[in-house]
Write a protein that binds this ligand. Structure first.
Ligand code: DQA
Length: 144
């Protein structure tokens, strides 16, 4: 079975309590449950990881080499400045899909730039938790 690694970055563990007017009331546990349901439709295996620490995310991406076929990543605020995460994705060369709950392009200017996007296959933004479910569908499409 094809294996997908889902990575949630900083502060996404606060979903449901954090800026609910932007991110909604859905908790990370609820999102993870819907991801686990969705992967069954496509016969994919999934592992889900959340960290508030850039280095831990870099370690996780490195450890995915040879173990995962696709990475779905919401790097949170690290999206906008983490060259280390970008380089880790470029190093492992595992197809990556960048995901955001909110439409980062419609928000503050500092969120418009993603340093991750150039090393991702594509970006799915603005659909709340559905962004992750669309990314699962995209992963299934890429993996064939
Ligand atoms: C986010 C967008 C980022 O700009 C922000 O820092 C987040 C969440 C999103 O999913 O919309 O933490 O990645």
């Amino acid at each position: 079975m094809r294996k997908v690694l889902v990575i949630h970055g900083p502060n996404l563990n606060m979903l449901g309590k954090r800026e609910v007017e932007v991110y909604g009331m859905t908790t990370l546990d609820e999102i993870n449950e819907s991801i686990k349901e969705e992967v069954k439709r496509y016969e994919l295996e999934v592992e889900i990881f959340q960290s508030n620490h850039e280095g831990e995310i870099v370690d996780k991406i490195q450890s995915a080499l040879g173990r995962f076929d696709c990475i779905i990543i919401n790097p949170g605020a690290l999206t906008h400045y983490s060259i280390a995460i970008r380089d880790a994705l470029a190093a492992v060369k595992i197809p990556a899909i960048e995901v955001h709950l909110s439409n980062i392009h419609a928000r503050e200017e500092f969120r418009h730039k993603s340093v991750i996007a150039p090393v991702a296959i594509g970006q799915i933004v603005g659909f709340g938790r559905h962004s992750y479910l669309l990314a699962i569908k995209a992963a299934a499409g890429i993996l064939g």
